[in-house]
Design a protein around this ligand. Structure first.
Ligand SMILES: Cc1cc2nc3c(=O)[nH]c(=O)nc-3n(C[C@H](O)[C@H](O)[C@H](O)COP(=O)(O)OP(=O)(O)OC[C@H]3O[C@@H](n4cnc5c(N)ncnc54)[C@H](O)[C@@H]3O)c2cc1C
Length: 310
């Protein structure tokens, strides 16, 4: 990272973290070096950082908790803008019928905050190990709910102008694991507000505990992963198709189709980027050949390579 740039980023209210390996920033625990890490401490410092990045012509990638990313262990040249704990405030909306969260707040913390305020609607997301920004970016969902059902607005920095813009739900184009934010890398989400209903705190907690238990029972949470490896294809389920094709436990190097849940590829230990991508390619080919269904990867593949074949 350029020294002059680092000084100006710090002056703009960002924490300049410097070099970190991507394996320490992602839940799959795979990934090499990057061009350095900078974490804004507020929406304003994020906007100032964007203007600075544009001035210096620096290319960058945004990371929250890295729970939906498969990062290349050859590393990437780009800088990482980390939207994390520095931007994780959660508060009640005026009137108390919802909450507003910094994009770096964890989804789990947002669910717990809502429950403590006896607000219902966020229970479905309890256990999703990402940030609010990451959840809005991909319209995260689980157990019959999705971000789309509760979002009121999101504020995002326009990477071209460095200005903050407010998006209404209609402007976000939210559908299954999709948003306008995914279509072009143009916005950094800095906060989001959610409309929630009045409920009973104990009943909300009971539902959240039930959801967490279902996750623990079904998902391979003891191993690093990026969650569901493939999106649900129209008319079926990725995990069902993978299981039907006899791929449970299928292994390439340190990467494995989880024996507990075929929808997850896990890092059994020492998995490389090539192991994971190679395994995903084989799974995809076998599923197309045997069932005709095409599986599209759900996680973002973070690499400087021009083509991974996925
Ligand atoms: C064990 C496990 C279980 C999971 N269960 C679920 C589940 O039930 N439902 C579900 O939907 N997902 C699930 N996931 C996937 C993941 O947790 C979600 O996709 C989550 O929303 C990603 O948030 P993140 O902060 O980790 O994003 P990251 O992985 O850091 O980033 C993912 C993408 O979002 C972009 N992004 C992140 N933050 C911002 C921001 N502030 N502004 C703009 N772009 C941003 C990144 O650039 C990247 O393209 C699971 C993952 C794991 C490991």
């Amino acid at each position: 990272m350029n020294e002059g740039f680092a000084e100006k980023a710090a002056a703009a209210g960002c924490e300049v973290i410097g070099q970190r390996r991507l394996c320490s920033l992602t839940t799959f625990k795979v990934g090499g070096e990057c061009g350095g890490v900078v974490a804004p401490r507020s929406a304003g410092s994020c906007a100032a950082l964007v203007r600075l990045l544009n001035e210096y012509g620096e290319d960058y990638f945004v990371i929250g908790k890295g729970s939906n990313i498969i990062a290349d262990d050859r590393g990437i040249k780009r800088l990482i803008v980390l939207i994390g704990e520095e931007m994780s405030d959660i508060s009640l909306l005026p009137g108390g019928e919802g909450i507003v969260c910094g994009a770096g707040a964890s989804v789990i913390a947002a669910s717990v905050f809502a429950q403590k305020q006896a607000l219902t609607g966020f229970e479905f997301a309890y256990g999703i190990p990402g940030t609010v920004g990451g959840a809005v970016f991909m319209n995260a969902g689980a157990y019959g709910g999705e971000i789309k059902d509760i979002i009121l607005y999101a504020d995002a920095v326009d990477r071209e102008s460095g200005e903050i813009r407010r998006f209404s739900p209609g402007e976000m184009g939210l559908s299954y694991r999709h948003s306008v934010f995914m279509e072009e890398e143009r916005y950094i989400i800095v906060s989001a507000a959610f409309a929630l209903g009045k409920g009973d705190s104990a009943a909300i907690k009971a539902q959240m505990d039930d959801i967490m238990q279902r996750r623990r029972d079904k998902q391979p949470l003891d191993y690093p992963s990026a969650g569901s490896t493939f999106k649900r294809p129209e008319g079926s389920y990725a995990s069902l198709l993978i299981d039907q094709c006899g791929l449970k436990g299928f292994t390439v190097g340190g990467a494995q189709v989880s024996e507990k849940h075929c929808g997850f590829v896990i890092n059994k230990g020492g998995a490389t980027f090539d192991d994971i991508i190679g395994l995903m390619k084989s799974v995809r080919e076998t599923v197309i050949e045997k069932t005709g269904y095409i599986l599209d990867p759900e996680p973002v593949i973070l690499t400087d390579r021009t083509d991974t074949g996925l």
